[in-house]
Design a binder for this molecule. Sequence first.
Ligand code: AMP
Ligand code: GLY
Length: 421
Amino acid sequence: MKILVVGSGGREHAIIKTIKENKGVEAIYAYPGNGGMKDDAILVPGSATDVEGVVNFAKSNLIDYVVVTPDDPLVLGMVDALEAVGIPCFGPRANAAIIEGSKVFSKNLMKKYGIPTAAYEVFDDVNKALAYVETCPIPTVIKADGLALGKGVVIAMTRDEAKQAVISCMSDHQFGKSGDHIVIEEFLEGPEVSVLSFTDGNVVVPMISSMDHKRAHDNDEGLNTGGMGTIAPNPYYTSDVASVCMEKIFLPTINAMKEEGRTFKGCLYFGLMITKDGPKVIEYNCRFGDPETQVVLPLLESDLLTIMMATTNGTLNATEVKFSSKSACCVIMASNGYPTHYEKGFEITCEPSVKDDIYFAGAAIKDGKLVTNGGRVLGVTSIADDLKSAIALSYEKVGKIHFDNSFYRHDIGARALKAKE
Ligand code: AMP
Ligand code: GLY
């Protein structure tokens, strides 16, 4: 089989390395991938959002199965376009990817079907939104409706911050059209849990839970980022919480999407907060999380490609999805200054013993050398019998990887370890 993976981050590198374990795979292409993946995939120059380009490439290269990983091509309808030319793929169609593509859609879906989430109001008029934040409970949370590269959420700790967020979004168009409609919602408190799941639209199979670390610096300080590290499993996701989630969130969501004529196939990511009133949905993503994937897939014992194809074919019920009982930790090494301004082009070197455990993201080949080419440069993952050892191992590996101007968080997994005590 020839497989094409669309995307270029560490998450895609983890997917590619895991798919490679399937003996029936003769070639894996990454569209466009990054220089750090060159030993694992054939890199195809292009853009992950070029629907026509991907379709043409898949057709002319007789690709058997395409994995569409990032949010934007899914929301743009890449799966629909590939299916239209008879190429099966992993991922939801555009009418289901809207669960991530529009926060207004997902909030209204949860309200209609009684799925627990933060209370909210939707606004498309800046004056009404400003009047609302004059009196609403503070802190409050302001979210741009559409995709905003994970940056469209403001937690306003004061009324002034709330007003400023409304103005930046709706009047200054900080997130472009994404901010024409906004959601203002109740501020929830509690530990966060990420649960990725496989679904064929009828059956939903949660993967092992994980915990992201979104802030740039230690002790959850600094700006929000795409994620600076992850651990799995998440100690806050107890078996009791898991059964409540299945009954009140996972199955109702899959069934709601089907009921709406928007059957969801692929990976549905549940961003949850475990509040004192039980688990609530913070966000849905229509795809694998990054860097959650870098700890979840290394713990998967069943064959990833077989499971992916079962989500496409509607046979997930009859497919084994088994996870190891070990723990995993991924530490992201980033370019100093991320998530705002940073330099690129520094050579990346590592000891050969750690190469297999690295998932490259912002990396490129220049003059025959691997160099930094983005904010999040790479992630390094370790697996061990217990979380403490997995964390220690990952930090040991960080010491064996080098590029100038690098930085990383020193406390990935610290909160989870504390919770276990
Ligand atoms: P999102 O892009 O929706 O995942 O939001 C980014 C981050 O903002 C989440 O991971 C939470 O940490 C935080 N967040 C989002 N919504 C809320 C909320 N209603 N209450 C508290 N924190 C929130
Ligand atoms: N790590 C969060 C996300 O992928 O959206």
